[in-house]
Design a protein around this ligand. Sequence first.
Ligand code: FPP
Length: 244
Amino acid sequence: MFFKKKKLAADRKVPTHIAIVMDGNGRWAKKRGLPRTAGHKVGAETFRTIANYAKSIGLKYLTVYTFSTENWKRSDEEVNAIMELLEKYLREIIRDMDKNQVRFCFFGDMSRLSPQLQEEARIASEESAKYSGVQVNFCLNYGGRAEILRAAQSFARECMDGTRKPEELTEEAFSDLMYSAGVPDPELIIRPGGEKRTSNFLLWQSAYAEYYFTDVLWPDFGPEELEKAIASYSGRNRRFGGAE
Ligand code: FPP
């Protein structure tokens, strides 16, 4: 581990749940005269490093925006390269599961993904459900608005068939209809890559999240950068709409 733990502030608060928009892979590659797909490949390695580091500091949930509902607009070549990377990654997850002891979940509409990817995701999530350490949530073919609509449609259907009443819809009940049911909301959402927008990521769950933006591109985002984000979060005063 190249990050020196002794430099960490003793009183830093590690959140329970951190979510990350892994942005900047394409620009990282372009700066080096490489194809965009090379940036995604390094980005996947960055994810591996960050997930291992997150586990080592006791984070409970790590959610990453891996492929959005809008990302299908990219070239076939780029989409295929990301899907191939994911397939390879999931095969490794399944192979190394006992060694890593990480729980994996998938948020998003998996039905548009290849049958092979769907099957690997199913195996990874079912077989890792027994581990109790960190949980990694991959947002795949995920969009925050689509997730909210899906939850609303599901509740409406239950009202139509008489199993529920509209007044039963509380914030808690609605949260239970999201892909993230049972997962506490993220306290910290990190966006590397210089853009300062949410891009349809965890719209419902981010109501009280603290945001951390940095110009560092995702392939360069190491444990030191994660610690900077945690230090920034630790110094903030979270009032949840209340007074001091
Ligand atoms: C955003 O960078 C990144 C993506 C849309 C893909 C994220 C995918 C990976 C990191 C690879 C697969 C991940 C795993 C965990 C196996 P961008 O392409 O939008 O960058 P740009 O804004 O510089 O163009």
